[in-house]
Each structure stands twice: as structure tokens, then as C-alpha cells.
Design a protein around this ligand. Structure first.
Ligand code: NI
Length: 138
């Protein structure tokens, strides 16, 4: 039976939304408080969902300990307590939006997770606040 398995991890990071081609005033108008020049932080929740067939002979999609280690090594270590605009190589030339960060996390995880037989990365959901999250299905 095709089954989905989700692991949550958390990290906190600082960011700022702005476009270099706009003035400070225009950025504030476009992005509101998120454009504050001195950055601000979020406590992010990251939900990584893998899928695969399970049956009596194959009760797990992937070992959850291994899933945790992969997410931590490839994603959390690079983002936790970092400034998304300044410190993170794969976000260097991108706006630090929840959507774009979610896409990059999907790209980082897909290959390593799908190296496991029968494991597919279904989605990555990134929640910036309790009310706002982005989800990428690749
Ligand atoms: Ni923000």
C-alpha cells in the first residue's frame, strides 16, 4: 500500500525581503515590515514527507533515524541560527521567501532520499509562522 511518512524538524533563522533594484522606501512599500533593514527572525517548522510501498515484509518506508540525520546534515545544519540573506550558499542569489527556501530544500533532499530503494520525496512544507506555510511537490 502506498504510504506517506512525515518528519518534522525545526530551525530558526533571520532574513529580510528586499530587492536590490528598489530604494529602501520602495522595498518597505512592497514587503512591509519584512523589508526592515536590520533583518528579523522566524522559528521555522519543516515537514518532509516521503512516500513508498509498505507491506508485511517492508513495514517501514525509511528508517526514521536515517531520515532525521539526512535532514539535519543537509538542511538544518546549513540554516539553523543563520541569516538566510547572508550566510546560506544556496540562497545567495535568491529572495529569502518561504516559497523559494522550500523549493531549495526540496532540491537538496530529493537525490539523497531517493537513493534509498523504494523511497520517493513527496513534499516539503515549510511553515514560517503558525498561519503561513509553503509546500513544494517538486
Ligand atoms: Ni519574515
Amino acid at each position: 500500500m502506498l504510504t506517506f511518512l512525515t518528519r518534522r524538524e525545526r530551525f530558526n533563522a533571520a532574513h529580510r525581503m528586499y530587492r536590490q533594484d528598489l530604494t529602501e522606501e520602495e522595498n518597505l512599500k512592497m514587503f512591509g515590515k519584512c523589508a526592515n533593514p536590520n533583518y528579523h527572525g522566524h522559528n521555522y517548522d519543516l515537514f518532509v514527507t516521503v512516500k513508498g510501498e509498505v507491506n508485511p515484509e517492508r513495514p517501514y518506508i525509511i528508517d526514521l533515524k536515517e531520515l532525521k540525520v539526512i535532514i539535519n546534515d543537509l538542511v538544518i545544519e546549513k540554516l539553523d541560527h543563520k541569516n538566510l540573506n547572508l550566510d546560506v550558499d544556496f540562497m545567495a542569489d535568491k529572495m529569502a521567501s518561504t516559497e523559494l527556501l522550500c523549493v531549495e530544500i526540496f532540491k537538496l533532499l530529493q537525490g539523497p532520499l531517493e537513493a534509498y530503494e523504494g523511497v520517493f520525496l513527496h513534499s516539503v512544507r515549510l511553515a514560517e509562522t503558525e498561519n503561513n506555510s509553503a509546500e513544494c511537490f517538486g
